[in-house]
Ligand binder design. Structure first.
Ligand SMILES: *Cc1c(COP(=O)(O)O)cnc(C)c1O
Length: 488
């Protein structure tokens, strides 16, 4: 172990210091100003280290992380595309970054204009009439969209509609959001290619259905060709169609959910529109609605007067507010910078390039990996593990072995339609050299699995930590040094 791989408490030496508390403006020791009963009686158990120790500790720790800026990150459904650094520069501009949400609208016209323009850009890309940018993430957008759905039915006195149909292949957040929104989840089966089974759908459509949640292309990356028929059936039954926009990347500038018949959708700005995500960082899940649902969108809203001024509005029929103020403004700035830098033509190339990359990987690996669904996929696809199952090497083993070769693993064991799912999404931002290297490595791992399966099962060999007890980490996390000592 390298010296600075030690825990910071192990680097600690009594009396070592990396800080000095400032005296206050009057030259007093700051501590002296605190009332005696608020003063700590015992010292806090903090590591005693120098500033240089702290810098090295955190820098070394950050180098153990894997990110899009470190290497290829084909995490299916998550759209881990490159985040251009110009986005960061824009988001850090002090004129925006130093704003306070309670400032008088007259003093923040530029920020309101950005919000307004981004709303309109999303409307023109999606074919939906109006967007709110307030929700904080995809799942939060789902909840907001489903609250719009409920408000719509309630406003018509249609209180029986309490069920929402969700395909068995859906992302876990879909049924979860439906539950949180107070709706009952009814599952509809997928056909083997992941598309919705219309015959299974028909009997579910009655006057208790509030709507259906779908994504297109579906979770297996296949385009739902019968979407217009599905939309017709759901609308005839009085329900609404919700589009989970996490799969919007392949459609950008080419196909619009609004034109497919969807009434409500969310977009993950932090996936499709390239802002850093993962690890719980800030996200943004704008929700768009068709004309007849506009009035139910959350407050506050940004509007424009005829003479070009922007103001903040609170609608009376609105479902209320879902966030403090306007949501994660920094993420919106990054997304807006990304849209403007690509421009209309650039945006139209995103989907085809992402689709080409996904099909290139799929076709080059299907000799060694089991492809359950043949045919052209969109921006992502799913393998059902290694073709040769006799070696006992699982999708988990392959995923861990990839880390040894410097690639992040794909999404594994999702969707639940297959036992050994590996969901691969390369995005449009990768070069052919990176894709070729990834394909070579996955072939190499398949060969290792045939020739020396035990070695693959032992992976990863080169990462900072090796075999993690993932269940233990989730059920009994050890988050402090004290807890670690108690464990030992
Ligand atoms: C990522 C994702 C979500 C949820 O988005 P969050 O921002 O993580 O809440 C929902 N549906 C699908 C298909 C996704 O890939």
């Amino acid at each position: 172990m390298k010296y600075y791989d030690k825990l910071i408490f192990e680097l600690s030496r009594p009396g070592r210091k990396g800080y000095e508390l400032p005296a206050d403006n009057y030259g007093h020791d700051s501590m002296a100003e605190l009332p005696a009963d608020l003063l700590r009686k015992e010292d806090l158990n903090l590591p005693e280290v120098t500033e240089l120790d702290v810098v090295r500790h955190y820098t070394n720790l950050s180098n153990k992380n894997f990110g899009v800026d470190t290497g290829f990150y084909p995490l299916g459904s998550c759209t881990m595309k490159y985040n251009p650094k110009i986005n960061e520069e824009v988001a850090a501009m002090p004129g925006f970054a130093s704003l306070h949400p309670l400032q008088n609208p007259d003093t923040v016209q530029g920020a309101l204009e950005l919000y307004y323009n981004l709303q309109h850009a999303l409307s023109s890309l999606s074919g939906l009439a109006e967007f709110t940018l307030n929700p904080y993430a995809g799942a939060h957008g789902e909840l907001t969209g489903l609250m719009v759905m409920r408000r719509y039915h309630e406003s018509r006195g249609d209180s029986k509609r309490t069920k929402v149909i969700v395909p068995d292949s859906a992302h876990g957040t879909n049924p979860a959001s439906a539950m949180v929104a107070g709706l009952e989840v009814v599952e509809v089966k997928s056909r083997p290619n992941g598309s919705i089974d219309i015959e299974d759908l028909k009997p579910l459509l009655d006057d208790t259905i509030a709507g259906i949640m779908m994504t297109n292309p579906n979770t297996l990356g296949m385009f739902e060709t019968e979407i217009l028929d599905i939309a017709k059936l759901v609308h005839e039954a009085g329900g609404l169609l919700y589009y989970d926009g996490a799969n919007f990347n392949p459609l950008l500038g080419r196909v619009r959910p609004g034109d497919m018949g969807f009434d409500i959708m969310h977009i993950n700005l932090h996936k499709t529109f390239s802002t850093p995500h993962g690890g719980g960082g800030p996200g943004s899940g704008p929700v768009g609605v068709a004309e007849h649902l506009r009035e139910f969108l959350p407050n506050p809203r940004v509007r424009k007067t005829d003479d070009g001024r922007f103001y903040v509005d609170f609608g009376k029929e609105s479902l209320g507010s879902v966030s403090t103020f306007f949501g994660n403004f920094g993420v919106m700035m990054r997304a807006y910078a990304y849209i403007l830098s690509l421009g209309k033509e650039g945006i139209r190339n995103v989907g085809p390039m992402a689709t080409l990359n996904a099909n290139y990987i799929k076709e080059n690996l299907k000799d060694d990996y089991l492809l359950p669904i043949e045919g052209v996929c969109k921006h992502e696809f799913v393998f059902d593990g290694l073709k040769d199952k006799s070696t006992g090497v699982t999708t988990l083993n392959v995923a861990k072995r990839l880390l040894d070769y410097g690639f992040h693993a794909p999404t594994i064991y999702f969707p639940l339609l297959f036992h050994e799912s590996m969901m691969i999404e390369p995005t449009e931002t990768e070069s052919i050299e990176t894709l070729d290297e990834f394909i070579d490595v996955l072939h190499k791992v398949a060969k290792e699995a045939r020739e020396n399966p035990e070695a693959v099962k032992d992976a990863p060999l080169t990462t900072a930590v090796r075999h993690l007890d993932e269940t233990g980490a989730a059920k009994k996390p050890i988050l402090t040094y004290k807890a670690l000592q108690a464990e030992a």
